[in-house]
Ligand binder design. Structure first.
Ligand SMILES: *Cc1c(COP(=O)(O)O)cnc(C)c1O
Length: 352
């Protein structure tokens, strides 16, 4: 694989004050598609792309992204969490958006090479990691809606701290009951660029009410709970953990799947099914709603202490992080960072 190293290494940010998604590393990976096939992936110095104003992606949005993390363990190994699942999910998105599929093994080796090239960008303090952003978009220069013939795939990486500035402090969510994020048959189950543009208004409404995120309802009835804009959602009702089933309009989160596997293996009752706002309000009223938490690569597990629905605010339990939430956070981050044994074969060691 061709690797061109930078001659101007950047000054590293203070790894204690990273925030999320702000500092890009020294290198990136690029690979272009033309004449019906992908070219070879290359690692090059991190740089801007030069884009013609008539490039398809700027107008019609044929594009996808992924998100995963790399860690440096206490004994110096470089590890990734379930990276193959991200590339497989990207291929599902490519099918839906009529984009060319990736060679999974080839992309994984190229991704490992990039992470190793920028290994000095992997932070090691508690709660930090190297966030990896694979993405692909149409590069045809043409005004007109049609399936493209040329594409660019790239991977950028950046060291990150906690996704939410307040760390593991319980978040507040706003149940959006007018706008919808996605519908069955749409693109809500893939990481398609436009989904996030459509969800910004919910996030703005949430922020204006002092909430961190919007929780979306199903498009047909605005009755059933779907997910948060970048996280799947779980409820502990009585002794059962419930998360909305993958209906086709929800993103199939890898963290969601990992949380379900851990819960089931460790003897918790975990259900994937429809859950309505009415059921949630009734569980709150009767005192059986114990915990709410979100799952996603960026925040891993995020406790929810309060929610707002139709101008009324509801506190979850006593408003602090619940037991199962904390258990899952410790277990998942423990496995990811190599502190706990990985009984699932999720962690890939790339430092050999
Ligand atoms: C990425 C994402 C998630 C979380 O998926 P993970 O694989 O757990 O990171 C959940 N919902 C949406 C809409 C997402 O884009």
């Amino acid at each position: 694989m061709k690797i061109t190293l930078t001659e101007n290494k950047k000054k590293k940010p203070d790894f204690a004050k990273l925030g999320f998604g702000k500092y890009m590393s020294d290198h990136m990976l690029v690979m272009d598609y033309a004449d019906g096939k992908w070219g070879e992936p290359e690692i090059v110095p991190y740089d801007t792309f030069k884009i013609d104003p008539a490039t398809q992606i700027l107008h019609y949005g044929q594009g996808l992204f992924e998100g995963l993390k790399a860690y440096k363990t206490a004994d110096g190994k470089i590890t990734l969490f379930r990276p193959r699942d991200n590339i497989l999910r990207m291929n599902k998105g490519a099918d839906r958006l009529c984009m060319p599929k990736l060679d999974v093994d080839k992309i994984l080796s190229a991704l490992y090479e990039l992470v190793k090239t920028d290994a000095d960008w992997i932070p090691t303090t508690e709660g930090t990691s190297l966030y990896i952003r694979p993405a692909m978009f149409c590069t045809d220069v043409f005004l007109g809606v049609k399936v493209g013939a040329t594409y660019r795939f790239f991977i950028a990486v950046c060291p990150v701290g906690a996704y939410y500035a307040n760390g593991l402090k319980p978040t507040k969510i706003f149940i959006e009951d007018f706008y919808v994020r996605s519908s069955i048959g749409g693109t809500g189950d893939i990481k398609c660029l436009g989904n996030y543009a459509a969800s910004l208004i919910g996030q703005e409404k949430a922020h204006n009410l002092g909430c961190d995120q919007a929780l979306w309802l199903d498009a047909a009835d605005k009755k059933y709970i779907e997910e948060v804009g970048s996280m799947n959602i779980f409820f502990v009702i009585g002794d059962t953990v419930v998360t909305p089933a993958l209906s086709g309009s929800i993103l199939p989160g890898i963290t969601r799947n990992s949380a379900l596997q851990i819960l089931r293996k460790d003897g918790y009752k975990a259900e994937e099914r429809k859950i309505s706002v009415d059921e949630l309000l009734e569980a709150h009223r009767s005192g059986t709603l114990k915990e709410i938490f979100g799952t996603g690569t960026a925040a891993v597990i995020s406790p929810v202490g309060e929610f707002i629905y139709k101008d009324k605010s509801y506190t979850v339990g006593d408003g602090s992080m619940g037991k199962i939430t904390e258990y899952l956070y410790d277990k998942l981050t423990g496995i990811q960072t190599g502190k706990l044994k990985d009984e699932y074969n999720w962690v890939v060691n790339i430092s050999k």
